[in-house]
Design a protein around this ligand. Structure first.
Ligand SMILES: *Cc1c(COP(=O)(O)O)cnc(C)c1O
Length: 243
């Protein structure tokens, strides 16, 4: 199956998942996640009208941006993985969206760098909805406190929340993660409603996007179901540094 056929299949499954719960498919945005895949794969999907691509590593994303931005200024990048403060400068330079905000320190650094670049960035707060210690993101109970601290940062357009649910076949346990996100979203709307409408809920990947849609996801981040199995992360980008 080609990438084009795969993404058409994912789009159909999104429509079906929406219909099954009475949602309008236009409420759900498909973010193709191109990590470990070469720029040509991104260009192929850009030719089908996709504009925004997700990457979890800043250096890999920046490397693809460098290769593509002159010939394909329409292609935009969403950084969806953990960010170290010292890479905020790079993200401020090229990314359109950052889905893994989890600290005031990173927010402050991003804002400073974005102000210097004269740019703005859409951001989502990453919440650790599964409680697994190895996962990034703020605890559900800490989201309100972090959100309140984001108010001074004009260059950050806060849109909502992102999570990685438990990686499991147990639908009940995965669904519980998604439901925790709805509780956090509701609290933010009541307690920090002047910062954002909190409407974007980025949750669901290749293995669980239909379940995420049933729980209200508005963005699903899908890699393998579109691009096939992940390649060796170093296969295409051995020498790229994000300088
Ligand atoms: C890789 C990745 C995805 C996509 O995962 P697939 O299983 O390939 O669909 C989604 N979100 C994040 C944060 C990722 O790193």
């Amino acid at each position: 199956m080609s990438i084009a056929e795969n993404i058409a299949g994912v789009e159909r499954r999104i429509v079906d998942a929406c219909r099954a719960v009475g949602r309008d498919p236009s409420e759900v945005r498909l973010l193709p996640v191109s990590k470990t895949k070469p720029p040509e794969a991104v260009v192929e999907l850009a030719g089908l009208g996709y504009r925004l691509f997700g990457e979890n590593k800043v250096q890999e994303a920046y490397g693809k941006w460098e290769v593509l931005h002159e010939q394909h200024p329409e292609i935009q990048w969403a950084v969806i993985g953990h960010l170290q403060t010292n890479k905020a400068r790079v993200v401020a330079r090229f990314a359109s969206e950052f889905q893994a905000l989890a600290s005031v320190r990173v927010a402050a650094e991003l804002d400073k760098r974005l102000q210097a670049e004269g740019r703005q960035l859409d951001v989502l707060i990453q919440v650790n909805s599964s409680g697994e210690p190895q996962k990034f993101g703020v605890d559900p109970d800490e989201a309100v406190a972090l959100a309140r601290e984001l108010k001074p940062f004009d260059a950050l357009r806060v849109r909502g929340l992102m999570t990685l649910a438990l990686f499991s076949d147990d639908h009940e346990a995965v669904g519980a993660c998604f439901r925790r996100m709805l509780v956090v979203q509701e609290r933010l709307r009541t307690e920090v409603g002047d910062l954002s409408d909190w409407s974007d809920l980025s949750m669901g990947m290749s293995g669980d996007f239909e379940l995420a849609i049933a729980h209200g996801a508005t963005t699903v981040r899908v890699g393998q179901a579109i691009f096939g199995d992940r390649l060796d992360p170093n296969a295409y980008w051995p020498g790229i540094t994000a300088g």
